[in-house]
Ligand binder design. Structure first.
Ligand SMILES: [Zn+2]
Length: 211
């Protein structure tokens, strides 16, 4: 890190010390003041001055850290809870399913870094219900090809028939078995077992949604 002259005494002798930075903002989970660890601070080595100041890059790091900790983003524990509840054997399998960098995902779950707002939202949507998971499976199967009929809002605006549900649950019965290599044998059996018949899925859920 490039050091500067002391802005107070203009002394050239400057050292870098590692400190905790205590913020006035509070952590949403614990309500404790947010403490940023391992902040690099410049300190003037002139004992009479001993001025300390923050390098610009550390200010940015602190700002990001506090922003992440003071919003309701998923905690590492919550990310692990979501991942283990989903039908994937490993972190890498889930990351690959969501087109995420698996090293980044591991860092979020281990608490080394915090996911940004968009990834936080993606993880929540995946955990929200099975339809979202099925839709991603369906997209993988179709190489993410865009089909307007898969998008309910597009269909409504164009007044055409929304048929994602039909495609998944009725016409392409094999779609449910897409990407089974992501799913362990035990979970595969449970997951493939529908709670309703195909007909019930179609009539009750999807006719209601499409209506
Ligand atoms: Zn100084």
């Amino acid at each position: 890190m490039k050091t500067n002259r002391c802005p107070v005494c203009k002394g050239k002798e400057v050292e870098i010390i590692i400190k905790e930075y205590v913020s006035n903002k509070r952590d949403k989970e614990t309500n404790n003041q947010i403490i940023v660890p391992n902040v690099k601070v410049f300190k003037c080595k002139n004992d009479e001055c001993a001025h300390t100041w923050l390098p610009h890059q550390e200010e940015a790091k602190i700002k990001t850290y506090i922003k992440n900790r003071s919003r309701h983003c998923l905690t590492p524990g919550q990310i692990m809870e979501i991942r283990t509840s989903l039908p994937f054997r490993t972190k890498t399998e889930l990351a690959s399913f969501l087109n995420l960098n698996s090293k980044a995902f591991v860092k979020w779950e281990n608490g080394y870094t915090v996911q940004n707002d968009a990834y936080d939202l993606l993880l929540r949507l995946v955990a929200y219900n099975k339809d979202n998971l099925e839709f991603i499976k369906y997209l993988h199967k179709n190489n993410f090809k865009y089909n307007e009929c898969d998008y309910q809002f597009v269909c409504e605006s164009k007044k055409v028939k929304w048929n994602f549900a039909e495609a998944v649950y009725k016409k392409n019965k094999d779609t449910k078995l897409v990407l089974l290599d992501y799913i362990s044998k035990k979970q595969k059996e449970d997951y493939a077992k529908p709670t309703k018949t195909e007909e019930e899925y179609y009539q009750n859920d999807y006719d209601a949604k499409a209506a």
